[in-house]
Design a protein around this ligand. Sequence first.
Ligand code: PMP
Length: 302
Amino acid sequence: MAQFIWQNGTMKPFAEATTHVMSHGLHYGTGVFEGIRAYELANGESAIVALKEHVQRMFDSAIPLAMKIPYTLDEVCQAIIDTVKANNLKSCYIRPLAYYGLPPTKVRVRPDPKTPVELIVYAYEMGDYLPDVALDVLISKYIRVHPESTAVGAKICGHYVNSLQALIEIAGTKYNELIMLDHEGFVAEGSSDNIFVVKDGVIYTPELGTILTGITRKIVIGLASDLGYKVVESKIKPEELFTADEVFFTGTAVEVRAAGTINDQTIGTGSEGPITKHIKTEYLKICSGQNSKYSNYLTIVK
Ligand code: PMP
């Protein structure tokens, strides 16, 4: 567990980083957050992956909520670096969260303009988010939030009640992950990851518009192209999953994980396929500083 949490400009002991029960974000899910990973490098330093991209997405996610984060992008990046340092962490998961705090007046959905925007940064040693095996996956009966109901590309707290309900459906079953379809029945994404489908050497992934704008997705699309694969962003029908050679998920927490089965049907050989393995190995090389072409993605914690 983290010893220190950065809260509104101050590094506080974990137990002291509290908030008011009438905070707007608690009532209405009006927050935006990020999940960021840092990796320990061979020289013992810690490198945060895609720090600027994550913080930029947090600022972008705040726009549909008309939320003004009261710090600059660089200040939030520095708060994140300071939190990793204060907790003496190397490989870790970092969670910045900005939310509407205690409104000065009434309880109402549209927050009073004087409602403060609070910001916290938490970091801890996460390890694997999903087991490092070919996953058993279920196509959820819950569809991904409709893109005309909310800014689905944004990482808004309230969106996660959608993922949670889908996850509750597989709790206590053999399934480790799920796939949500979009409102038109096309493949959207997992509970906390984007999805890729490999067929005849070509890598397909759902286009943006009904999914979170994944940062690992973006890195993997660039990486796969660099490695000589053709990558196509397109609409994917659920039945195309079953005839795929490989299906894999990407996400900051998840990293890269293969699907072994989907709805109990074996995908490819049922184990991690060669292209998934290649992408996963090369992605982890980027994260651990072993690919100088991608060193721009790393922020060394000093
Ligand atoms: N989709 C959802 C719903 C997610 O929660 C996440 C995790 N942030 C992702 C995709 C993957 O995004 P990223 O690669 O930016 O972590």
